[in-house]
Design a protein around this ligand. Structure first.
Ligand SMILES: [Zn+2]
Length: 430
């Protein structure tokens, strides 16, 4: 990548990156490529120790907050320089892969180190401080919910509540943190920006032969628990015209939701994943049918519109079946865009290597979705072979790991030079 050397000077070292990936993969890694590093397990503890040792060995100041989020401050810029956090998570799914999360933490270390070295060579002070972050329990495999560490960090979840979450054996997050020595006491403030590099975990980049993607939107969800209320009766003698069948109304909504999704192309996912019928007897007309409904979209507008249409559908279905209904709970997770300034910066940085960025949606979630509520945030994506994630065969090729890390370093170099003002200029590509 000689063009990069001339352009920004923050040249990452693919061999160093590779060596770090190999080193961190030893903690919970199996010979078949699998990764078993559940959050706050002994393996996670050793991976954290390894990261902490890397911080110490490379002049990064380590910090641990009360939910166990692990930070390493590079010590760049003056004391008033805005902080840019860069990272992801070291925890994995059971029998997962080794790149999900870990690559984001390791690439943050390498990219920040490259930027710091370049600035030191020139004798230039950075306009930003940079810090690596490893968020606690992104995966939500051992403790629920997922994104726990980043949610506490942003204030979306209460610390005390989070520390009380328990795994299948009854061990709390607080106890697990203490047992591996990561119940921290440091306070880390909300940063000026957050940048995360992650494997795509989907098929689009590879399929389109594109090396680099940007998650520009995160999907929201609207969840209803809806009860149709009819009248219990014998399915034999009761005349058809006199039946008030709660399940029939539910059936109208099940098929109606499928049609509703069809009306929005790829922009809306709908489902009824669970149905509870009362009294659930083969020869009794159901008096109650409870539907667990989900609407998901990357567009807040589509989500709101779909919810309106769902409500009309519910009323029509109730009328058609002659039953009543009750919406027993509504849960809304908002959809939204990632920061336009960071998207522009990522696009310009990739364009500097002649690569056009593919825009992607994140449906499952990333820590950057938590952070997006409190500061400009973004997730950069590198290709996943076969689109595989959460599986031992999960793979991002070394050259793609290196390329993504180089684009990340170029972005950080621009931030180091121009400060957060770099996020205002969204025009001309570099
Ligand atoms: Zn992940």
């Amino acid at each position: 990548m000689p063009d990069t050397l001339q352009r920004s000077g923050a040249l990452i070292d693919p061999a160093r990156l590779d060596a770090m990936m190999t080193a961190v993969s030893a903690f919970g890694g199996g010979e078949d490529g699998s990764m078993m590093r559940l959050t706050l397990s002994a393996e996670d503890g050793r991976a954290r120790d390894w990261l902490g040792a890397w911080f110490a060995g490379n002049g990064f100041a380590g910090k641990i907050d009360p939910i166990g989020n692990q930070f390493g401050f590079a010590g760049m810029g003056g004391s008033n320089a805005p902080v840019v956090l860069v990272g992801s998570h070291l925890d994995s799914q059971p029998n997962g892969g080794r790149f999900d999360g870990a690559l984001g933490v390791v690439s943050a270390c390498e990219a920040i180190r490259a930027v710091r070295e370049a600035l030191e060579r020139r004798g230039v002070l950075s306009a930003c401080e940079f810090a690596v972050v490893n968020w606690t329990n992104e995966e939500g495999a051992r403790f629920q919910p997922s994104l726990l560490g980043s949610s506490v960090f942003t204030g979306a979840a209460e610390l005390d509540w989070a520390l009380e979450r328990r795994d299948g054996s009854g061990i709390s997050v607080g106890e697990a943190l203490s047992s591996i020595g990561y119940a921290g006491t440091d306070h880390v403030a909300v940063p000026g920006a957050y940048v995360e590099l992650h494997i795509e975990g989907g098929p689009f980049l590879e399929r389109e032969n594109t090396r680099f993607g940007i998650f520009t939107r995160f999907w929201g969800a609207t969840k209803y628990r809806l009860a149709f209320l009819g009248r219990q009766a014998h399915t034999g003698p009761t005349p058809m015209a006199e039946r008030l069948d709660a399940l029939l109304a539910g059936a109208h909504v099940v098929t109606g939701l499928k049609a509703l999704a069809g009306a929005y192309g790829l922009d809306l996912h709908t489902s009824v994943g669970r149905l509870e019928v009362f009294p659930n007897s083969p020869n009794t007309v159901p008096s109650e049918a409870v539907l667990f409904i989900e609407l998901r979209s990357g567009s807040a507008t589509v989500l709101a519109e779909a919810e309106e249409r769902l409500n009309a559908m519910i009323e029509a279905a109730a009328k058609e079946a002659g039953v009543g209904f009750e919406i027993r709970s509504v849960d809304r997770r908002i959809a939204g865009p990632m920061d336009a300034g960071l998207v522009g910066l990522a696009e310009r940085s990739a364009a500097g290597h002649g690569v056009v960025s593919r825009h992607l949606d994140t449906i499952g979630g990333h820590d950057a979705v938590s952070l997006a509520a409190v500061c400009p945030s973004i997730v950069l994506a590198v290709p996943s072979v076969g689109g595989v994630i959460h599986h031992p065969t999960e793979l991002t090729r070394p050259e793609d790991q290196a390329f993504g890390t180089q684009v990340l370093a170029d972005m950080l170099m621009t931030l180091a030079t121009d400060g957060l003002a770099a996020l205002q200029s969204r025009d001309e590509a570099a």
